[in-house]
Write a new protein. Structure first.
Lengths: 248, 221, 666
């Protein structure tokens, strides 16, 4: 396969950045998208040029490192997968592929396609935990039965990999799907109810402080989320926040 | 206003004001449709709305506040949202994951706002002039003829029709969205969503029908 | 230095309890004046950092990822073992202890393994309290599955994402401490050397991967929890960034490296599709519960399949060789990982492989689908259901059990595994070897600890499924918080360690020189070129089966490759910026040294045990032949300037609570 890549190059956070066009040849349909970029980088290094920088690690869709806005969509055109699971057979010979970093004020570009997503970490530090000591003596794991349905819903929310596709897809660069998934996981479990009020207030305050946009319920985040995190979580966050505000 | 310091609470306020306006639309529509079915009833109800102290003194200011709040808040949120993505994408395929209506509430909203300007100029301001400034005596039968007369001009009908279409788009996303914003998303939400879509089409279509009806059936002078 | 494993006296079941009560403690006011560095933020590092910070120590964490949550523990699928006996099927601390020792082929330390089994139950309590959403039954209690051929159901799981959920639990505990200011996270930082002052580990040199700046960080103790070194094979199920650098740097500073040749090769991975391949994807071992593994019995059929002239579904039942069922009638497709992997390789080497590269075998759900379909048909009273109907019903059952795995397979391979058999091949998955530690998890450098996959301690020569997560969390939540205090009790009057010392100067200078050398090299080939070649040598000569001749060749080839690397590698860019090629180059440089020690260790171990199979040491029918008389010891290697000069130290293993037997799965 022969392709034309248009890739965002930006030397560092201060640089203005620009799109650069790279022709590439010999791409096989069985390659993953990131392996295609490996081929590009191999060529660049061999010619003495600087390779394209992008985040990636596990390459099996679970670590949440890889990002990339591909042809205008986070993680590319395929659904329920991350960029590392996207395969080149989804493209055709002669295609032009536009590759950009995830864009949000709260995700500043570090270099080329790599962005700083530490805002997500700070949201979780604000309240994404249950205050129990790790090596203390806790009650037996089966002491509190939890309805299977609640446990399953908590799991579905907890499956979020923190990749930031929700922010990248949202026209407002809102982080509500991410934040709501975290809030929901704990809100659905009895262990998490104890601190529920303070948790949701703190996490939403931190989310706002990071400079993410407002949620306008377009639903783009849910469609683009590689883990299929549901909009129900956002509704739950709204309920949780409302009741927390009322409790003061 | 400290309640509105959180983005989620702003969204909640936006939803409440929106729901209030949806209810108002229904009421407005019910009165208007009588102009097609029973002009006498239309005159009666219009006279009541125009002269009742509770409606004029309390509900009318609340409504105006609701409209202004919804409008200003909409623009504030839009500005914040634009700031949240300082550098735009070179290529952004918003249509792949969200409807046009949901992504362009600011456009449909702005058109509706412009329409409201025209609508106030057409009906509200003349009423105020008539009642409070020029202080004409009460005439409970004037409303029907005045209304029909307004729809003689095809340009006005065209502008109204455009606004109704955008109103439909605005409601198509906004009505359902307001339930999500207040946290209502359970097993009944799917059915409710169906109702909101039905409403979003029915009400603007009804208004459009009324405008066209009067345009096509003018009162002979 | 002689090896002292510091195993406490007394009966095995009381060792840990007694040890905990006898060791020194640090009082809370003094903990505030003590700093600890934790390198790596996976299950072991994350849990260590959170626990130490809760106790009151000042913790600094380091990870090369952009967030602690992305450490590769996140990719573990199957589950975590714990001797809870919730199912009432006869599980106990002793049975978990016994299974782990046996599964490790009698090459692990009894006292450590028993402690692991003792604390396993508390890990589950702890994780549930933290909000980890484990799978539950309809009654609201925790569900268990069986795993890895043991006879009880003791594996707790969260769908196929148990590692993710446990890591997010540890990360949430870290977040609570970051919020309190007790943990300072240094993300996108890579440890490049250990600093030793007066014989004790007192800090590290780390590179800020964003700015390229070298930073000095001091502490009273350093914990290495940087994971395994499977990426020495280039292709493995490890993350792209997983590396041996932190462990190797402490090895070069005096920490012994134990049993480097013990590697776990997992049988059910998606095969390599071509030269561009960058990593391998694991398919959960649970698939072997229902899938039957086979290759075409006739060589000409295998060749026709490789050339695309024949489809697997066209091969008649009698022309299929279900080789695991044939060789191991009692365990069949459920033999342990090492046995299943070697059997697949043996068939492919004999020319029966089924994909383009000839390195794949079939994992066939055809008979499971029909079996489940018939059961369903009976339950639905469909007495004369057609084959299609039965197949449809069966596919629905299989989808409910393995739907997400089948979908993942289809995304990668572009074949529908419901209609055509899956192709699988073994891949490097886990390394049992690692930094040698004593009972307290301290390395041979005072004040330097190793936890999780980075140490060697609990799995012997082969790890059981669902035990890696257990060990990582046991080390971090329940072992280090005690044992590290015993060491730090002597440090309450030390005060802050200055980074302005000749030792820090020297360490930083050495790192700087290495970086400068790589950047100034201006060779002709990118780093990956050398990494891939190293991987080929390792896979072909130090992989699933090894022999003296090839190991000797491997040693020579790795040495030559290392020299070529330093002569001809090309690293573009500069040191003072984000430079991913430079990061890779530093890691590969260490793999090129470790690889040689790996081969040397494999060469010296003249026996077959667990993940180490020497062709010279096998029974007549191809089973592993252990030599307990001469090799029942931990091989701990001391660095002496080059891998070839490494000196072997032996820690003899004594089994007082278990009878040593030969593993048999026939």
């Amino acid at each position: 396969m022969k392709l034309t890549l248009k890739i965002w190059r930006q030397k560092n956070a201060q640089d203005k950045g620009r799109m650069v066009t790279y022709p590439i040849d010999g791409i096989d349909g069985d390659m993953s998208f990131l392996e295609m970029l490996d081929v590009l980088n191999d060529g660049l290094v061999s010619r003495g040029e600087e390779p394209v920088v992008f985040d990636h690690d596990c390459r099996e869709g679970i670590c949440g490192s890889c990002s990339l806005q591909i042809n205008g969509e986070p993680h590319g055109p395929d659904r329920l997968i991350t960029t590392c699971q996207l395969h080149m057979r989804k493209f055709s010979d002669g295609d032009t592929i536009v590759i950009e970093p995830f864009r949000a004020k709260a995700f500043p570009v570090i270099k080329d396609l790599m962005v700083d997503r530490s805002a997500f970490d700070r949201i979780q530090q604000a309240g994404g935990f249950i205050s129990v000591n790790t090596s203390g003596n806790t009650i037996d794991a089966n002491a509190i039965p939890i309805p299977k349905n609640d446990a399953d819903h908590a799991f579905n929310a907890a499956a979020c990999i923190g990749c930031g596709a929700c922010v990248a897809a949202c026209k407002n660069a809102s982080a509500m799907l991410f934040t709501s998934a975290k809030v929901s996981q704990y809100a659905l479990l009895p262990q998490g109810r104890v601190e529920a009020t303070q948790r949701v207030l703190n996490m939403v305050a931190q989310m706002d402080e990071e400079g993410f946009g407002n949620c306008t319920n377009t639903g783009a985040c849910e469609i683009e989320c590689p883990k299929g995190i549901s909009l129900e979580n956002i509704a739950r966050l709204n309920r949780e926040l409302l009741s927390a505000q009322l409790k003061g | 206003m400290s309640l509105l310091s959180s983005s989620v609470m702003r969204k909640f306020a936006m939803a409440l004001s929106g729901l209030f306006l949806v209810v108002f639309l229904a009421q407005h529509f019910v009165i208007n449709i009588t102009s097609v079915i029973a002009p006498d009833v239309f005159n009666q109800w219009s006279h009541f709305m125009g002269t009742n102290g509770l409606v004029q003194g309390i509900l009318q200011p609340v409504l105006i506040f609701g409209v202004v709040f919804h409008f200003i808040m909409g623009f504030v949120l839009e500005i914040q949202n634009r700031r949240a993505r300082a550098v735009r994408y070179v290529q952004y395929k918003g249509g792949a994951s969200a409807s046009w209506a949901s992504r362009n509430m600011i456009i449909s909203g702005a058109v509706i706002m412009a329409f409201l300007g025209l609508h106030f100029y057409d009906f509200w301001w003349p009423e105020i002039m008539h009642k409070y400034i020029e202080s004409h005596p009460e005439n409970p039968t004037r409303y029907y003829a005045e209304t029909v007369h307004k729809f003689e001009n095809p340009v006005r009908v065209g502008l109204y029709a455009t606004a109704f279409i955008l109103l439909a788009l605005h409601l198509w996303h906004g009505f359902a969205s307001s339930f999500q914003s207040v946290g209502f998303n359970n097993k009944y939400a799917q059915g409710l969503k169906g109702f909101t879509k039905f409403y979003a089409v029915l009400i603007p279509l009804g208004f459009l029908f009324i405008a066209l009806y009067h345009h096509l059936n003018p009162i002979a002078h | 230095m002689s090896l002292d494993s510091k195993i406490p006296q007394g009966p095995i079941a009381e060792k840990w309890t007694k040890h905990k009560t006898l060791i020194d403690l640090v009082n809370p006011a003094n903990k505030r004046n003590i700093d600890v560095i934790v390198v790596g933020t996976g299950l072991a590092g994350g849990s260590t950092a959170a626990s130490l910070a809760e106790l009151g120590y000042n913790v600094k964490t380091f990870c090369y990822q952009d967030s602690p949550r992305r450490a590769h523990s996140i990719a573990a699928q199957g589950g975590i073992n714990a001797a809870k006996n919730y199912q009432g099927d006869g599980d106990s601390t002793y049975r978990l202890f016994y299974d782990t020792i046996k599964g490790g082929d009698y090459r692990s330390r009894e006292a450590n393994v028993h402690r692991l089994a003792e604390v396993s139950g508390n890990i589950i309590d702890q994780c549930v309290a933290q909000g980890v959403p484990f799978a539950r039954e309809y009654g609201g209690l925790l569900d268990n599955r069986s795993f890895g051929g043991v006879q009880v159901s003791r594996t707790f799981y969260a769908k196929g994402q148990t590692g993710q959920q446990l890591l997010l639990g540890a990360y949430s505990a870290m977040n609570r401490q970051i919020n309190r200011g007790k943990i300072k996270p240094y993300n996108r930082h890579e440890m490049l050397d250990l600093v030793i002052v007066d014989g004790k580990a007192r800090g590290i040199i780390a590179r800020n991967l964003v700015t390229g700046e070298l930073e000095r960080h001091s502490a009273h103790a350093v914990v290495i929890a940087s994971g395994g070194y499977g990426n020495v094979f280039f292709l493995s199920t490890n993350a792209m960034g997983s590396n041996v650098t932190a462990a190797w740097k402490i090895h070069k500073k005096g920490a012994y490296f134990a049993n480097p040749c013990y590697t776990q090769i997992h049988p059910t991975c998606i095969p390599v599709s071509g030269d561009h391949q960058s990593k391998l994807t694991l398919m959960s071992e649970s698939l072997r519960n229902d899938g039957r593994i086979w290759v075409p019995a006739k060589l000409e059929d295998a060749q026709a399949i490789r050339e695309g002239r024949l489809k697997p579904t066209q091969i008649k039942e009698e022309d299929r060789d279900y080789f695991l069922e044939r060789r191991y009638p009692s365990f069949g497709n459920l033999v342990p990982r090492d046995v299943a992997s070697r059997a697949a390789k043996e068939r492919c080497d004999a020319g029966h492989g089924v994909n383009k590269t000839g390195e794949a075998v079939y994992l066939d759900f055809g008979s499971a689908i029909m079996r489940y379909g018939k059961e369903k048909a009976i339950m639905q009273h469909l007495h004369d259901a057609s084959d299609e109907k039965i197949r449809e019903l069966g596919e629905a059952v299989v989808e409910a059990k393995y739907g997400n795995l089948f979908q993942m397979y289809e995304k990668i391979v572009d074949q529908n595994p419901y209609k055509t058999p899956m192709m699988i091949y073994p891949a490097v998955h886990y390394t049992m070897g690692g930094v040698w530690v004593d009972y307290n998890l301290m390395t041979t450098i005072p004040g330097c600890y190793a936890a999780g996959e980075a140490n060697f301690s609990d799995h012997g020569a082969n790890r059981l499924g669902a035990s890696a997560l257990m060990q990582g969390l046991a080390d971090g939540y329940f072992v280090l918080p005690y044992t590290i205090g015993d060491y730090l009790a002597d440090d309450i009057r030390t005060g802050a360690i200055s980074t302005d010392s000749p030792e820090f100067d020297a360490a930083e200078k050495q790192v700087q020189e290495t970086i400068d050398k790589l950047l100034a090299n201006k060779g002709s080939k990118p780093v990956d070129h050398f990494h891939k070649r190293l991987g080929k040598i390792m896979w072909n000569k130090c992989g699933m089966s090894r022999n003296e001749k090839e190991l000797k060749e491997a040693i020579a080839e790795i040495k030559a490759l290392r020299e070529e690397f330093w002569r001809d590698v090309r690293v573009p860019g500069s040191a003072h910026e984000l430079n991913q090629e430079l990061e890779k180059a530093m890691r590969v440089a260490d793999f090129l040294e470790l690889g040689e020690l790996f081969a040397k260790d494999a060469l010296h171990r003249n026996e077959s045990c667990g993940g180490h199979f020497r062709e010279e040491y096998q029974t007549q029918d191809g089973e592993a032949l252990r030599d307990d008389e001469n090799f029942m010891y931990v091989a701990a290697w001391e660095y002496k300037g080059a891998p070839e000069d490494a000196v072997l130290h032996k820690e003899p293993l004594a089994y007082e609570n278990i009878q040593v037997k030969t593993r048999s799965y026939k």
